[in-house]
Design a protein around this ligand. Structure first.
Ligand code: G3P
Length: 218
């Protein structure tokens, strides 16, 4: 299972990378704006900075919604760095763009996926990753994890190689549940990954070990 971090915050990206368990980064225009990264030049440089800070795939999202625009933008993004994965929205021209990039060996991430049908279409078009937004489904009283389970079933039925990238992960339990279901990748905030560390019995146990060691050495 791969761990991606879903942020444009370089400090958090570096912290996750430093832990040694990071496999990649996902970003989107909202996450860029949150960090105050606006304008094409700054955004482009930020993608390069992120790529240089991590070892794995870095999803960079196109803004165009027409096929020609997505191709133009996606090719420019892919040329920035070998780690760039072109992130394409789940719309009709996006499907055509996924196929275009897949035919040319350029990695893609199909974003804003909210149904099994959309995930099936993205896989047929040769997407490298498909990103179902589980947190946003939970937000509207729909079971996001059930969607991951359903996509897993469909992909396994036919041996699709598209990786299921569970996105809009909000907390640690989402990560654990995605692992149980068999999502290939999760992308979430740093806190959702760091939360995996925590258990009070670990803290109590370690305190006791250190206390007993100190007794024997006094
Ligand atoms: O990876 C998709 C993500 O950025 C959306 O997350 O929390 O805004 O639903 P959220």
């Amino acid at each position: 299972m791969k761990f991606f971090i879903d942020t444009a915050n370089l400090d958090q990206i570096k912290e996750a990378q430093d832990l040694g368990v990071l496999d990649g980064v996902t970003t989107n225009p909202s996450l860029m704006a949150k960090e105050g990264i606006t304008g094409a030049a700054k955004i482009t440089q930020h993608y390069i900075d992120i790529c240089e800070a991590v070892d794995g795939d870095v999803s960079a999202e196109v803004i165009s919604t027409d096929f020609e625009g997505m191709v133009r933008e996606g090719e420019a993004l892919a040329a920035l760095h070998p780690q760039i994965v072109v992130k394409i929205p789940m719309i009709k021209d996006g499907i055509k763009a996924l196929k275009y990039f897949s035919d040319r060996g350029i990695k893609t991430n199909c974003t804003l996926v909210f149904s099994v049908g959309q995930a099936l279409l993205a896989a047929k078009a040769g997407a490298s990753y498909v990103s179902p937004f589980i947190g946003r489904l939970d937000d509207v009283s729909t079971d996001g994890l059930q969607l991951i389970e359903d996509i897993r079933l469909v992909y396994d039925n036919y041996g699709f190689e598209t990786e299921i990238l569970a996105a809009s992960v909000r907390h640690t339990m989402h990560v654990v549940d995605c692992a149980k279901i068999g999502a290939d990748v999760i992308t979430g905030p740093l806190s959702s990954i760091m939360g995996l560390l925590n258990h009070p019995l670990t803290d109590i146990g370690l305190a006791k070990f250190l206390e007993d060691y100190a007794k024997g050495n006094n």
